[in-house]
Design a protein around this ligand. Structure first.
Ligand SMILES: *Cc1c(COP(=O)(O)O)cnc(C)c1O
Length: 378
């Protein structure tokens, strides 16, 4: 990881000991939205997928700078409404009647994921435009999670689309398709191809079944490479042609939020056992589960803290690989394995960058009942 920005380091240095915090940098959110928008083809709508980071301040900032928000639960819907989102899209395979009613009331566009859900929606009195989420037969795009072209609970099997459309209740107007298919795609040219293909498939399919196509929602999936510091190159997206009369909707989460987040944790102890050196943190995977969930080492930067007022020697290591581990009583509480450090002392902070997406939000906060981190908004 690169040097910490000075304003981030300054804020982390002010933390009370033992330091443990998530910091979200609003300027970084705005920068990333601008970077992506500069490469979006015309007739493209940019939504932020709230599940990546549902902190109200983050949601508020992205509601104001994107065209709207994508939500996947009643809780996220409430956040989106409170954040003043101009447009809301609601997806998810298990929507309750209460969530369907709340979404309709909020004016959200629903991505309907089964015929049964369509019937429930109509049964609740809803009339109007919906998108159908489709699990397509072939999707030539890769990333960390395959969501279509394979058995999943998401959307309607492409092969069942004809019969679903034939049986769709009166009053539901299919305005388009939702085709979210991938997570963490790192290949910009491949993603552009996926978008083009999604548009072509939608036009073809709509004309085959007499659907008046207005929306092609290609979902999220723009990737971040946590171990190399690279991100997907979004420049190729500008080459995608969106035909007149069609709106392309994108709903990235990770790409917009990851770089705005920093997770900082103080080194509580340093020890070497059976030949490996461990930095034990005030924190761990209960705050930042992603490295454990995905099985990779998340790089850190050391924020040195020089003050030491104890009457006994300060543990330190020099020029050695270190495992950054948490405070939980499980050997799986590991954030980083074998990162080389020039010098590290108890009391220094390890700072994990790019933790603004799928960090706190996906972690099992209550396991072992340690206190939550501080949250700092810059
Ligand atoms: C998770 C999700 C997203 C966001 O995905 P990212 O990989 O964070 O860009 C967008 N749309 C849907 C339907 C999702 O489930």
């Amino acid at each position: 990881m690169a040097e910490l920005p000075a304003h981030v380091a300054a804020a982390l240095w002010r933390l009370p000991a033992p330091a443990c915090a998530y910091l979200y940098d609003t300027t970084a959110l705005l920068t990333q939205v601008a970077r992506l928008r500069a490469c979006l083809p015309s007739r493209t709508t940019l939504l932020y997928a709230v599940k990546a980071n549902g902190h109200p301040a983050v949601v508020h900032t992205l509601a104001a700078t994107c065209d709207g928000l994508e939500v996947a639960s009643g809780g996220e819907l409430e956040l989106a409404v409170r954040a003043g989102a101009r447009r809301i899209v609601f997806g998810g395979p298990g929507k309750t009647d209460g969530e369907l009613i709340a979404a309709a009331k909020a004016g959200a566009v629903l991505n309907v994921e089964s015929l049964f859900e369509a019937r429930r929606l109509a049964g609740l009195g809803f009339r109007g435009g919906i998108c159908l989420r489709i699990n397509r037969n072939d999707v030539a795009v890769t990333g960390s999670h395959a969501m279509t072209g394979t058995p999943t609970p998401f959307g309607i099997d492409e092969n069942q689309l004809a019969s679903v459309l034939a049986e769709l209740p009166e009053g539901l107007d299919v305005i388009g398709f939702h085709l979210h298919a991938v997570s963490n795609n790192l290949d910009g040219a491949a993603h552009a191809e996926f978008l083009t293909e999604a548009i072509c498939w939608s036009i073809r399919t709509a004309s085959r079944y007499g659907v008046n196509l207005r929306v092609v929602n290609a979902g999220g999936g723009l990737g971040v490479d946590y171990t190399s510091h690279a991100s997907i190159d979004v420049a190729p997206l500008s080459q995608v042609v969106v035909p007149d009369g069609i709106e392309l909707v994108l709903e990235p989460g990770r790409y917009l939020a990851a770089d705005a987040g920093y997770y900082a944790a103080e080194v509580l102890d340093l020890k070497t056992t059976h030949g490996r050196t461990f930095a034990v943190l005030r924190g761990g995977t209960h705050h930042f589960r992603l490295p454990a969930a995905w099985g990779y080492s998340h790089p850190f930067t050391i924020l040195p803290v020089d003050a030491w007022d104890r009457p006994y020697p300060r543990p330190s290591v020099t020029d050695t690989p270190v495992d950054a581990v948490g405070e939980l009583c499980t050997p799986r509480d590991v954030l980083t394995r074998g990162q080389h450090v020039a010098h590290l002392r108890v009391g220094d902070l390890l700072v994990f960058g790019r933790t603004g997406a799928y960090g706190w939000d996906i972690s099992h906060h209550d396991f072992l009942r340690h206190p939550a981190p501080h949250f700092i908004l810059l």
